[in-house]
Design a protein around this ligand. Structure first.
Ligand code: ACO
Length: 337
């Protein structure tokens, strides 16, 4: 049977460390508030004044993942790029990355699923691989949030939670009788909450882009109804976890490690408590990076592999996320060929 396995992972974090105290010098906030409400201690931003887009961070993560896989870019059948912070409004960063990899005709798919970008991307890779349309698929999740945040007090609820970063995963189709690779995926969207977390402009629904006045500048930054999203996460994350376990015919005891999206440590702690998950079976790194959105889950996966926290010959992982859209999703992945 054809299975979708992870051949390699890679991550790239830009060099500029930004502490909570650094943010407090830009807006009315404090290290204590950010730690207490979100668990975030620091994040990384791209170097000040440099022109760096999501495709640039994605390129660095891709080079590492391709190198670890022993693949040349030319071998890729498909590139899937997930971001909410594209280099330019269109075309998508998958096209830009493809060119930076020296490719001239490899297909690319750009997806706009924010914090669930990896889970949607993984399910697309799995569908292409299982159907025989592709054998080697590159997924890239990459975000340059820092250039698009309102760093005044007006934007402090959103600005303090996001960080820049990228991660890449090489997926490969293999023939095996074992139950390995992507075991089950569940994807959901509730567009009714789209405006609870959005970046409105530029927008095709506006009659004339040139007519924007000075007040519209605020609409060029993301806005969020944080408490609404928070409450939705507390309900949906446990729900979708149970749903994907049922789909896979598994229980939580079969899972060696859960990697949840990193939007707020308080959300993940509440999720852990609700699901009764022991500390050694859930991984959080939001303290170091903030929310890197589409990069978050593959970035954490790359870290846990590097730290030897999982056995890449047999561990079973559960990924779960919720974010703008509203989208929420979960998947179960088992290592081993
Ligand atoms: N520093 C200091 N004070 C702040 C800050 C800040 N950075 N931000 C907000 N405040 C103030 C508010 O103005 C408010 O003051 P008031 O009581 O005088 O009006 C007070 O703190 C409480 O504000 P809340 O917004 O209610 O704070 P909350 O405890 O909800 O925390 C947060 C805000 C961290 C954003 C939280 O709501 C959250 O994490 N929500 C979920 C985010 C999420 O999961 N998003 C989805 C993923 S992201 C993606 O998909 C792209």
């Amino acid at each position: 049977m054809k299975r979708t396995v992870i051949k390699s992972t890679g991550r790239y974090i830009p060099s500029r460390l930004v502490t909570n105290d650094d943010l407090a010098s830009m807006m009315d906030t404090s290290d204590a508030w950010i730690r207490e409400r979100t668990g975030i201690e620091q994040r990384y931003w791209i170097p000040e004044g440099e022109i760096v887009g999501a495709s640039d961070l994605g390129l660095e993560a891709t080079k590492i993942a391709l190198d670890k896989a022993g693949w040349k870019a030319e071998e890729l059948d498909l590139i899937i790029f997930a971001t909410l912070s594209p280099d330019i409004f269109f075309p998508g960063p998958g096209c830009l990355l493809q060119h930076k990899l020296g490719l001239s005709s490899t297909p690319t798919i750009d997806i706009r699923q924010q914090c669930t970008g990896f889970l949607y991307g993984q399910s697309i890779a799995d569908a292409y691989i299982r159907s025989g349309l592709a054998r080697k698929v590159l997924f890239v999740g990459s975000e340059v949030h820092s250039t698009g945040l309102d760093k005044s007090t007006r934007g402090r609820d959103v600005a303090v939670i996001f960080g820049d970063g990228a991660a890449a995963v090489c997926f490969e189709g293999v023939e095996t009788d074992k139950e390995t690779g992507v075991i089950a995926s569940v994807l959901h969207t509730a567009g009714e909450f789209a405006e609870s977390l959005m970046l409105e402009l530029p927008a095709s629904r506006l009659p004339e882009r040139g007519l924007l006045d000075c007040e519209d500048v605020a609409r060029l930054y993301p806005t969020m109804n944080g408490s609404k999203i928070f409450k939705l996460a507390l309900r949906r994350l446990p729900e979708v976890t149970l749903e994907v376990l049922e789909k896979a015919g598994m229980s939580l005891d079969d899972i060696d490690l859960i990697i949840p999206h990193q939007a707020n440590l308080r959300i993940n702690e509440a999720y852990q408590k609700t699901m009764n998950i022991p500390d050694n079976r859930i991984y959080n790194n939001i303290q170091k990076y903030g929310n890197t959105t589409a990069a978050t889950i593959p970035l954490a996966l790359d870290e846990v592999i590097e730290m030897g926290m999982i056995d890449t010959t047999k561990s079973t992982l559960l990924f779960v996320a919720l974010g703008a859209g509203l989208t929420w999703a979960a998947s179960i992945y088992r290592f081993g060929e």
